[in-house]
Design a protein around this ligand. Structure first.
Ligand code: FES
Ligand SMILES: [Fe+2]
Length: 360
């Protein structure tokens, strides 16, 4: 995506997300699945960055990923079955290993060298499986994000996967501007109506950050539930970070004068493009307090409902973009609170340009 399509010749800003043009970097670790979704028996098909990918596990428990397309006549391999660690195509029985190579054509002794599909590096850092769909030689497993606190018994968390029919950047912008809470989430996070003015934004080393401070005041109900501070004044500092086009991380740090350690409440928004106008969305909500009862109740429920509210809004916007003969001519007027979203566009350009530079 070039600067030229961001602006009209007269300088007015325009929609940058053209459904006819892909806007996702490939040289990046993206979430492919929740760990629990991939088993040794299952053949999971996912469209990721425009490619149909088949995910499964070896008998030793490691995850593998290859293109979900039989090289013979194109049937999705996910419609076949496992034979040991290999997958058998349901149509004429071509068999594939975990690297995407055809190891058996039932009607002949030898397999041509060209009989293979792409395989993709994967890293499992529970509860997520990450995939690299760029140059495999550039994949560094150590760079795959790891949310280690989700494996710490001192935290409770809930996470869900959603399919959203919008460009993934619409969601990135959504979670960088929380002034939509009192409107889009009137019945859910609307209870947390303290985003009446814009946060402070910054951009450094390719990371977009926002900070908002709520000092010496009672906690919003959503944070106070299961803490029950009874209206006692505390300091709360919200910090959101768009770490990459794939990952957004938010922490509310609550400092209670009666306690040494802060209470932490986190949201993560993990987006992986399916196509130019659809994406996978994994959200995670976690906290280091209120460990009992398990958050599977109100905590998970309110987040599920709220993120469905966002989905409905983003899909309606995307529909308009899809219907426009030229979405890059659709004017946009931004508010002060959009600074984070605009910085996310800059961050995306940074990732795309870096990738382009490394390819030349
Ligand atoms: S289409 Fe897969 S073996 Fe023929
Ligand atoms: Fe929202």
């Amino acid at each position: 995506m070039q600067e030229a399509i961001m602006n009209r010749p007269n300088g007015a800003a325009c929609q940058p997300y053209d459904p006819r043009v892909s806007n996702f970097p490939r040289q990046l670790w993206w979430v492919a699945a929740h760990s629990a979704q991939i088993t040794a028996d299952s053949l999971v098909s996912r469209k990721l960055l425009g490619v149909d990918v088949l995910l499964s596990r070896r008998a030793d428990g490691t995850v593998w990923a290859i293109e979900d397309r039989c090289v013979h006549r194109g049937l999705p391999l996910s419609m076949g079955w496992k034979q040991g660690d290999e997958v058998v195509c349901r149509y004429h029985g071509f068999r594939y290993d975990t690297e995407g190579k055809v190891t058996c054509i039932p009607t002949q002794n030898a397999c041509p060298k060209t009989a293979r599909v792409d395989s993709f590096p994967v890293v499992e850092n529970p509860p997520f499986v990450w995939i690299w769909m760029g140059d495999p030689a550039a994949a560094d497993p150590a760079q795959a994000p790891d949310f280690a606190w989700l494996r710490d018994p001192g935290w409770v968390w809930a996470s869900r996967h959603m399919n959203v029919r919008s460009n993934y950047m619409l969601l990135k912008e959504n979670v960088l501007d929380l002034t939509h809470f009192p409107f889009a989430h009137k019945s859910t996070f609307g209870a947390l109506d303290d985003y009446e003015s814009a946060a402070e934004f910054s951009y450094e080393d390719g990371v977009v950050t926002f900070v908002k401070r709520f000092m010496d005041q009672p906690l919003s109900p959503i944070y106070d539930r299961d803490l029950n501070l009874g209206g006692r004044h505390v300091d709360r500092i919200d910090m959101g970070k768009s770490i990459s086009p794939a990952e957004h991380f938010f922490t509310a740090t609550i400092r209670d004068p009666m306690r040494e350690e802060p209470y932490l409440f986190r949201f993560q928004h993990l987006t992986t493009p399916q196509t130019n106008s659809s994406h996978h969305y994994w959200w995670v909500i976690s906290r280091n307090y209120g460990l009992d009862p398990h958050p599977g109740e109100w905590f998970e429920q309110i987040a599920s409902t709220a993120f469905r509210e966002d989905k409905e809004i983003l899909e309606a916007i995307q529909l308009r973009l899809n219907e426009s003969p030229d979405p890059t001519r659709m004017p946009e007027v931004s508010a002060i609170a959009d600074r984070g979203g605009l910085l996310a566009r800059r961050q995306l350009r940074h990732f795309l340009e870096r990738e382009q530079a490394s390819a030349t």
